[in-house]
Design a protein around this ligand. Structure first.
Ligand SMILES: Nc1ncnc2c1ncn2[C@@H]1O[C@H](COP(=O)(O)OP(=O)(O)OP(=O)(O)O)[C@@H](O)[C@H]1O
Length: 259
C-alpha cells in the first residue's frame, strides 16, 4: 500500500545544507501498522512530511497504492502532535471532523454518517457541539483522530500524536488506536520517539539511524496480536524487544557522536 524507495532529503538554504535523510527504503502492506523510531533529530518528522507530500523529496519516491506522491494525496490522512494547532477553534467538533469530507465533496447524508460513526468510535458523541478549546488535550487529540478516521484514508500517518498528553491519557489513546486500527484496517505509519509505545503498537518497528538517516533495522514484533497495556507490557518478550530497540538507538546515537 505504501512504498518508500530510496527516499532522500536535503534541506538547503543560503550557507546551510542539512542532509536529513540519507536513503530510506521501506514498505507498509495494506492494513499493517508500522512504527518508526530513531534518535532525536534523525529525521522522523521529515520522513513523514515527505511521505505526506507536504515536503518535496530530494531523491527517490513514495507510492501509495502504486501511485507516485507528488503533493498531498487525497487518500492520506495525517495526525500531528500539535492537536491545538490542527483543529479550528471557531468550529465545533462536528464541523472540524466534517470539513475534509466537504472538501472530498461527499453528500450531506454520507458526511453525517461518517462524522457520527467516527465520533462514536472515539467516544466523543456527546462533545459534537463543543468547540475544541472547551475540551482537554486528550479529547482534542481524539477529535483529530476522529477526523482522520472519518476521512476513510487508505493510509494514516501519525507524527508523535501522543507526545503532548499525560501518561494515562496516552495509554488510553494507544488502545484507542489499536481498536480503530483493528476495526477499520487502516494502513498506518506511526512515528514516535517512545520505544515502549512503538513496541506496544507496532506489528513492525523500523529503527532509523542518525542523520543522514537510513533504516538500521526493520524488526517484526512477535507479541500476541491481542494487546493490553498490563498483560502485553509485562511479557518477558516485551522487555526483550524494548531492550533490543533501545540498544539499537543507543548504537545509532553513538555512531553520530563518533562522527
Ligand atoms: N526546515 C528545515 N530546514 C533545515 N533543516 C531542517 C528543517 N527541518 C528539519 N531540519 C533538520 O533535519 C534534521 C531532521 O529533523 P526532524 O525534525 O525531521 O527530526 P526528528 O527525528 O523528527 O526530530 P525529533 O525526534 O527531535 O522530533 C535535523 O537535523 C533538523 O535540524
Amino acid at each position: 500500500m505504501l512504498e518508500i524507495h530510496d527516499l532522500r532529503k536535503v534541506y538547503e538554504s543560503p550557507g546551510r545544507r542539512v542532509e536529513a535523510i540519507g536513503s530510506i527504503t521501506l514498505s507498509v502492506g495494506a492494513g499493517e501498522l508500522v512504527c518508526v523510531v530513531g534518535p532525536s533529530g534523525c529525521g522522523k518528522t521529515t520522513l513523514l512530511r515527505c511521505v505526506a507530500g507536504l515536503l518535496p523529496v530530494s531523491g527517490g519516491e513514495v507510492r501509495v497504492d502504486g501511485r507516485r506522491v507528488t503533493g498531498p494525496p487525497p487518500s492520506m490522512a495525517v495526525v500531528f502532535q500539535e492537536y491545538g494547532r490542527s483543529l479550528f477553534p471557531w468550529m465545533t467538533v462536528r464541523q472540524n471532523v466534517e470539513l475534509p469530507l466537504k472538501e472530498k465533496r461527499l453528500p450531506a447524508d454520507r458526511r453525517r454518517d461518517l462524522v457520527a460513526g467516527s465520533l462514536r468510535a472515539v467516544g466523543l458523541s456527546d462533545a459534537a457541539d463543543a468547540h475544541p478549546w472547551q475540551l482537554s488535550g486528550g479529547m482534542q487529540q481524539r477529535v483529530a483522530i476522529a477526523r482522520a478516521v472519518a476521512y476513510e484514508p487508505q493510509v494514516l500517518l501519525m507524527d508523535e500524536p501522543f507526545a503532548a498528553v499525560d501518561a494515562q491519557t496516552r495509554a488510553d489513546l494507544e488502545d484507542l488506536i489499536l481498536r480503530l486500527w483493528r476495526s477499520f484496517e487502516i494502513t498506518t505509519l506511526f512515528v514516535t520517539h517512545d520505544i515502549d509505545e512503538a513496541v506496544y503498537l507496532g506489528r513492525r518497528v523500523v529503527v532509523l539511524s542518525s542523520s543522514p538517516t537510513t533504516v538500521m533495522e526493520d524488526l517484526k514484533i512477535d507479541l500476541p496480536a491481542e494487546r493490553d497495556q498490563l498483560t502485553t507490557r509485562s511479557l518477558p518478550r516485551f522487555g526483550e524487544l524494548r531492550g533490543h530497540v533501545y540498544r539499537q538507538i543507543q548504537r545509532a546515537r553513538g555512531h553520530s557522536e563518533d562522527r
